[in-house]
Design a binder for this molecule. Structure first.
Ligand SMILES: *Cc1c(COP(=O)(O)O)cnc(C)c1O
Length: 430
């Protein structure tokens, strides 16, 4: 597979060629279950490696600070047009270099330093940029955090769901200027309407951070927050399956402020090669086949979660409605930490990440949880049956984690599965 006509030139660089080959091997012989990862299409990779890399284009189409941007203007306009059409939005900004940049730009655009933002607790699913003490966001803005309801053993009402009573109570008490919906480790559907209702009650702005679920929204598997939110920010590389990067869509009334906050507020020259690749992915996400893909992502995650539950792993929030399953490891094995599980599974060729779970007694570095996602292996063509097999492999590796021979057997089974599901066998030339 080549990503550009210049691929062969890298072959003169033995060290880098060897590393790229090693990573190709890793990605195609082990299972990629990190919920925030995916396999971008060859077309996305080609655009990312294109000659647009060379161009400086500070500013926006028609208002650039450099010459020579006739073509680049059209590229960025194409990306913006495709994105506003995809989500039915008034305005799009496709320049953020990442999801974190997009979020900070939104805060900068619509808030003053010191203003209050009501967002999800980090230890219950929120993102670093939702006010982590380690993030610049918590130094510039005042975060108040809502959480999830307590866990219950009633299967009809499992708890660990966004606590809208808590959201409303905190909104009335703190009168935040902005309410932020969206999470990085939450397996249930996030309804935008109840957030809008609470925001309207106190006259707050509503921001939806759909970094994880942007693809599910584009495919129609999740409700579109655009009609409800003042602004929606997201990453383009998670379920949306584009290049690494961020994007923002917003109501017309916020367009100018958002654009100025991204450039010159946060960033210098935009990455037009990444913007071209975003345009490719927005077109891909508008195809009917993408809706089939995102429905399959959810079906696979649900089959995966159910199979893992049968193996003794408790599903946090009682199950999943998106692409991820958050596992509480303690009922499977009280001694097993997220850190150890992640390391054992790495040896077994199964790539995951440890994660805190609500009320986790262990530190964020150790954790009692493991987060797994279905988006990447669904791109590789896997269906419910394969995810059930993966659940059994995970269980076997973790149960026998002291036995190197069994972990090696699991790794061999994983490699065999991956042979039949090469992610790059499924893409057709467009
Ligand atoms: C991944 C994520 C981000 C940040 O995206 P980066 O591209 O890693 O900066 C922001 N918000 C949420 C909810 C995320 O899941």
């Amino acid at each position: 597979m080549t990503s550009s006509p210049f691929d062969a030139w890298i072959r003169n660089d033995d060290e880098l060629t060897s590393l790229l080959a090693q990573e190709w091997h890793r990605q195609t012989t082990t299972l990629q279950l990190i919920a925030s990862e995916n396999f971008a299409s060859p077309a996305v990779l080609a655009a990312t490696g294109s000659i647009l890399t060379n161009k400086y284009a500070e500013g926006y189409p028609g208002r650039r600070y450099y010459g020579g941007n006739q073509v680049v203007d059209e590229v960025e306009d194409l990306a913006r047009r495709r994105l506003t059409a995809l989500f039915g939005a008034d305005h799009a900004n496709v320049q953020p270099h990442s999801g974190a940049n997009a979020n900070v730009a939104v805060y900068q655009a619509l808030l003053e330093p010191g203003d209050t933002i009501l967002a999800m607790r980090l230890d219950q699913g929120g993102h670093l940029t939702h006010g982590s003490p380690a993030s610049i966001t918590s130094k510039w803005w005042n975060f108040v955090s809502y959480g999830v309801t307590p866990r219950s053993d009633d299967p009809a009402n499992p708890g660990e769901l966004i606590d809208f009573d808590n959201v409303r109570e905190l909104a009335l008490q703190h009168r935040p200027k902005m309410i932020l919906a969206g999470a990085t480790a939450y397996s249930r559907l996030i309804e935008p309407a109840p957030f809008r209702e609470i925001a309207d009650e106190i006259g707050a702005l509503l921001m939806f951070d759909s970094a994880h679920v942007a693809g599910l929204i584009a495919g129609g598997s999740h409700p579109n927050p655009v009609p409800y939110a003042d602004v929606v920010a997201f990453t383009t590389h998670k379920t949306l399956r584009g290049p690494r990067g961020g994007a923002i869509v917003c109501r017309e009334e916020h367009a100018k402020k958002i654009d100025s906050a991204v450039f010159p507020g946060q960033q210098g020259g935009p990455l037009e090669h990444a913007i071209a690749a975003k345009a490719v992915s927005f077109k891909e996400a508008a195809q009917p086949s993408f809706a089939t893909y995102t429905d399959q992502i959810v079906a696979n995650a649900q089959a995966f979660g159910a199979a893992l539950a049968k193996e003794g792993f408790r599903n946090v929030s009682g199950g999943t409605e998106n692409h991820m399953v958050l596992l509480d490891l303690r009922e499977f094995d009280a001694e097993l930490t997220g850190k150890v599980a992640q390391e054992v599974l790495d040896r077994a060729g199964i790539t995951t990440n440890r994660n805190t779970i609500p009320d986790d007694p262990r530190s964020p570095f150790i954790t009692s949880g493991l987060r797994v996602g279905s988006a990447a292996q669904t791109t590789a063509g896997m269906k419910e049956g394969e995810f059930e097999t993966i659940a059994a492999l995970i269980s076997r590796a973790l149960r026998h984690r002291e036995d190197d021979a069994i972990v090696a057997e699991v790794r061999a089974d994983v490699a065999e599965m991956c042979e039949s599901f090469n992610p790059y066998a499924n893409f057709t030339k467009q």
